[in-house]
Write a protein that binds this ligand. Sequence first.
Ligand SMILES: *[C@@H]1O[C@H](CO)[C@@H](O)[C@H](O)[C@H]1NC(C)=O
Ligand SMILES: *[C@@H]1O[C@H](CO)[C@@H](O)[C@H](O)[C@H]1NC(C)=O
Ligand SMILES: *[C@@H]1O[C@H](CO)[C@@H](O)[C@H](O)[C@H]1NC(C)=O
Ligand SMILES: *[C@@H]1O[C@H](CO)[C@@H](O)[C@H](O)[C@H]1NC(C)=O
Ligand SMILES: *[C@@H]1O[C@H](CO)[C@@H](O)[C@H](O)[C@H]1NC(C)=O
Ligand SMILES: *[C@@H]1O[C@H](CO)[C@@H](O)[C@H](O)[C@H]1NC(C)=O
Length: 929
Amino acid sequence: MVISYSCSAGSKMTWILSLLFILAAATQVHGVSLPGFLSIDCGWTNGTSYDDNKNTTLTYVSDKEFVEGGKSYNIMAQYIEGATNEQEKTLRSFPDGQRNCYTLPTSIDKKYLIRATFTYGNYDGLNSSENGSLFLFGLHIGVNFWTMVNLTKWGSSNTIWKEVITIASDTNTSVCLINLGSGTPFISTLDLRKLDDAMFRFLNRSISLSYFTRKRFGSVDDLITRYPHDSVDRFWEAAKRYSFPWLNLTTAQKVNRLPGNDDFQVPSEILQKASTINRNFSWLNISVRASDNIDYRSLELLPIFHFAEIDGNSPNRTFDIYDDDNLLFSNYTPPPFRVDSTYNSSRFLRKKGVLFTLRKTASSDLPPLINAYEVYSLVRMENSTTSSDDVNHMKDIKKYYSLARNWNGDPCSPREYSWQGLSCNYANGNKIPSIISVDLSASGLIGTLHDSFMKMTSLEKLDLSQNNLTGGIPDYQLNSLRVLDLSNNQLDGPISDSVLQRFKAGQLELRLEGNPICSIVKEKYCSNKKNRTPIVLIAVLVPVVFILLVVLVCILWRLCWKGKSGEQEDYSLYEEETPLHIDIRRFTYAELKLITNNFQTIIGKGGFGTVYHGILENNDEVAVKVLVETSIAESKDFLPEVQTLSKVHHKNLVALVGYCQNKKCLALVYDFMPRGNLQQLLRGGYDNSLNWEERLHIALDAAQGLEYLHGSCTPSIVHRDVKTPNILLDKNLVAKISDFGLSRAFNAAYTHISTVAAGTLGYLDPEYHATFQLTVKTDVYSFGIVLLEIVTGQPPVFMDPQTIHLPNWVRQKIAKGSIHDVVDKKLLDQYDATHLQTVIDLAMNCLENASIDRPSMTEVVSVLKLCLPISSERQSATSTPRKKNVMDAEIPRQFQLMISGGSTTSYEGSSFQSGYTGGVSEISHISGR
Ligand SMILES: *[C@@H]1O[C@H](CO)[C@@H](O)[C@H](O)[C@H]1NC(C)=O
Ligand SMILES: *[C@@H]1O[C@H](CO)[C@@H](O)[C@H](O)[C@H]1NC(C)=O
Ligand SMILES: *[C@@H]1O[C@H](CO)[C@@H](O)[C@H](O)[C@H]1NC(C)=O
Ligand SMILES: *[C@@H]1O[C@H](CO)[C@@H](O)[C@H](O)[C@H]1NC(C)=O
Ligand SMILES: *[C@@H]1O[C@H](CO)[C@@H](O)[C@H](O)[C@H]1NC(C)=O
Ligand SMILES: *[C@@H]1O[C@H](CO)[C@@H](O)[C@H](O)[C@H]1NC(C)=O
């Protein structure tokens, strides 16, 4: 069986389990405050700390000391009841400010694992994560982008976690939440774990790692393994339960590290378990894939595998490791009872997903095994923090004047989040930014002039006008200061000589007007005469320039408007003909009549109308689909749809050649597909039945066509009516999808009359049926049926002896007998048995009731590709098909583990969630950062 599984669902279970455990144990475990561990329960206000009543036994503290601003909230009562740990019950939310930061104490040049968790729990009653609107915010580690927290369409009770492994560049490290205008950022937990220096040696100050996924294998009870089992409290998710031919390996013997290999320090307890497969199988797959919530384009993935031979009989086990088709490691033998971690820190994978294959070598006795693996994505720490002296001075100033500004995180970096009122110099390239101007005018400053201002070595301009500053101007070391505006304050004290000298030397522009001191001193700096001239000038110039501009704009506008109105007239004339610009040919009714020879040859009839054979002037054959005369004719959706379809080009989509729309006709003209549709071919006789390889090619073609519609069109096009009659074949038996997009226009025209369900009986997605939520997964379901039809040759619904739905028939057959009983008899047992299982499993995976459990078409394509010999050329329709015998003992049996995502439950960073329905499906997905 193909196994893939959902780990996303897992974590909450663990927490529930461990909570139950603790309750049962009823012994109060004492909280542990470990050196290098800081565990913060954000938004927790009941006291300063508590001992986590979980098996972690860690002490969690309130976040008061680590953050300014934000408001603390409880998640909604209904979710508190279901909460599986204390930390997720409270959170801190940041409605104000673009950036809000936590400041964590760190030691310079030490490595840390920082983990943040997010449980929305509908704390604000806005239902933001489930109402369909975009809900996401950014996370920065220091001044660098770390990752996105995307809670769009995410269950309210579910938790997302993010981890980063980084080297502290300062005595504190900030974690910032960035408001991107798509929902209010919030945070539930923040964990800081100091790592051994020897770990992750390939990290440096400019490279950090963000967690993507981390799994352990074998027979594991806890869905998450963490502290105290892992001394640095990493979260290891249990790769989900899977059945034969997977096998669990366990040893009681300790698994040691190779001397000098302290990079990962995977706990022995984790390495003492592993998974392998039955000896009759030769390879296994691990698919790692970013889910839809993740913008995979930013990913640079680093996979790390942990292997240890834990079979005590010194077996002979060697395998090759591939990512997609590239050989990563060859002839790899796991060392007995020693962990070996294989990775290549100079090779990062830049793709949405990777399929790792562990393949037994020819000389190996045993198939591969795997104990654990991790995947990280690279975080480039390219921005530098502001000079720490400047930062400290600004912090002193903020504190001294009790400034209520939302000054958070680094003052200058990254640029777009620099503190309001500051400007910084970034000019010196990679060098650290410095503060060059501070504007705190009219900020209600009370007190004397703080000397921190003058200590900032790069400060050129300081504006403190219109405050209530008192006292004098002390003797400052003036560094690079050129402008000092202290006008309109309450300064009455002396001005130090150093300042006066610089003023007199013309090195400093000093402004003191509006201060009591000016009633005594009558110096230039007390009368802003020098500045008056420009002000008068400006007062005159500005209105003049403004009026001129207005006149100019008026003239231009008139000109443009005139031009526009002329164009519009042309356009509206044109509109009668074609309201939209469509790049394909527009036929007249007379032309259609001509090319179809007066609609003589009918080649098909469908829901949308009748299809006629036609021949163009250049002798190209076409299929003319004349749509039934209905309100679709008036439908505003038809032409936009045609326009969309005319832009969709793919080798596995039937090409639209032209269209006709006027009072007399409504038609679409397509390329002609001489081999008809897949349904006809499958139901035909033995004579021209499709062989196994042709069937797989057709399945792959169709899958690729759908993948294109789903993935490469924006917005994605949901076909809605995937079925064998809609899969057409050209003369070389290349399958092409037809009728895509049409259903949309058609249904839109009909919705007010009746509820037209998407799809055709037998192909209907049960979830769509229940929710009427149309997604690309609706097509995946229908494709699952198509795949079963291809294998079995049976229609989606038939009598046996009662009406039965094809998937149920397949399940029954397999349960009663063997998988070979479902195969189309017309194949005469000539098929590749190794791939049969894979294809059936894939189909069943597509037919999962819950759409989130179904694979994406991209995954379907990658699995189907595995079933076809890479170099196999398409059999031409006339050549003799190559046939393989099912009894051929030489065929290596294969098996796959799909750990993949693409659904909303799987997530970068994984999740723990309620409503876990393990056991229903053997196949589910993981992804994650
Ligand atoms: C929780 O702790 C108890 C006692 O320390 C231990 O026996 C049990 O296995 C732990 N449970 C989990 C789920 O870690
Ligand atoms: C606060 O803590 C006390 C004991 O430390 C506990 O009795 C009380 O229920 C807590 N209150 C809340 C709201 O959690
Ligand atoms: C560095 O800063 C620039 C400018 O503020 C920003 O565009 C860029 O995304 C930042 N880089 C990282 C890794 O955060
Ligand atoms: C392996 O262990 C897991 C977890 O304990 C279990 O669910 C699964 O059935 C085991 N697999 C086999 C083949 O025994
Ligand atoms: C966030 O998740 C939603 C739903 O999965 C997805 O449509 C969207 O593209 C994601 N946005 C980003 C920036 O990853
Ligand atoms: C493993 O076994 C095969 C066949 O039994 C043999 O050819 C090969 O040399 C063995 N390899 C090792 C490393 O013992």
